[in-house]
Design a protein around this ligand. Structure first.
Ligand code: BT5
Length: 248
């Protein structure tokens, strides 16, 4: 395979979509794409992601980790951990991880993570790890102000380059740990920076119930003790955490 690509664009529909095309054309791990603005930024489940010009770090990184397909969801946690670490290091702000894919700061969403995974005959072929980090106040629209935040809402924002450099270094270090030791390599760090574990949560989607999030298991699933005392495994779907992003 050739050298990795680094695309820095003024505008694209979605950095994830573009990098996925490069991944399918054989681009190597470490390739990345970032842009000033996305015209069709994607969230999960067909939702959209606001990505106005110059207001955030709209970025996708191509990973080709040597891990078993069943632990692929753990990579979402690695990406969120790496971004939380970068934000803490560069700004001193205590960004926390809301399972599975949000970074929150004082109860509001600072960054979203979107993973797109391609499987081949050997297992995982590629993972496009997209992150939308709100750097300036204009990153999110006024009607999301009750649940969204940016670095500039708290401090004078650092150059995006610094956040990028620390994020890439942290991502490499954390995914190396995942490759070497699976879940055991990342679980401790994850537990420390999670705002979900130990909190009351509301699960919606294919199953709906409330309970207390106790832990994650070795595949990244959330373990929630429901009101009847039963421990239930939540694989996907939406989880609201009491006190975070509007769940009161
Ligand atoms: C996510 O989805 O949080 C994943 C977002 C990933 C965005 C990055 S940007 C680079 C890369 N390229 C892409 O096309 N995507 C990735 P989800 O959990 O579904 O949250 C989406 C919801 O968050 C929306 O429905 C809005 O309510 C809210 N939202 C949209 N834009 C936001 C923003 N800038 N800040 C905070 N909340 C936002």
């Amino acid at each position: 395979m050739g050298r990795e690509e680094a695309l820095v664009l003024a505008e694209t529909a979605s950095t994830n979509t573009l990098l996925k095309q490069l991944a399918l054309a054989g681009a190597p791990a470490g390739s990345l794409c970032l842009c000033e603005t996305q015209t069709a930024g994607k969230g999960r489940l067909g939702r959209s992601w606001h990505s106005p010009a110059g207001q955030g770090l709209w970025l996708s990184v191509l990973l080709r980790p040597r891990i078993k397909p069943e632990v692929a969801p753990l990579v979402t946690l690695c990406v969120a951990m790496a971004m939380a670490q970068a934000v803490r290091k560069v700004t001193g702000l205590d960004a926390q991880i809301k399972w599975p894919n949000d970074l929150v700061l004082r109860g509001k969403k600072l960054c979203g993570v979107l993973l797109e995974i391609g499987f081949g005959p050997q297992g995982i072929d590629y993972i496009v790890a997209g992150t939308g980090l709100n750097v300036r106040k204009g990153a999110y629209p006024a009607d999301l102000a009750h649940q969204a935040t940016s670095i500039e809402d708290h401090i004078s924002p650092p150059p995006r380059r610094e956040l990028l450099v620390h994020y890439l270094a942290a991502l490499e270090e954390i995914t190396d740990r995942l490759e070497e030791s699976d879940f055991a390599g990342i679980a401790g760090d994850y537990r420390v920076h999670s705002c979900t574990l130990g909190s009351q949560v509301k699960v919606s989607g294919s199953m709906e119930f409330t309970g207390t999030a106790e832990d994650i298991d070795e595949t990244g699933a959330l373990l929630v003790r429901d009101e009847c005392g039963e421990l239930r495994r939540v694989l996907a779907g939406d989880v609201s955490v009491r006190g975070v992003m509007g769940y009161v």
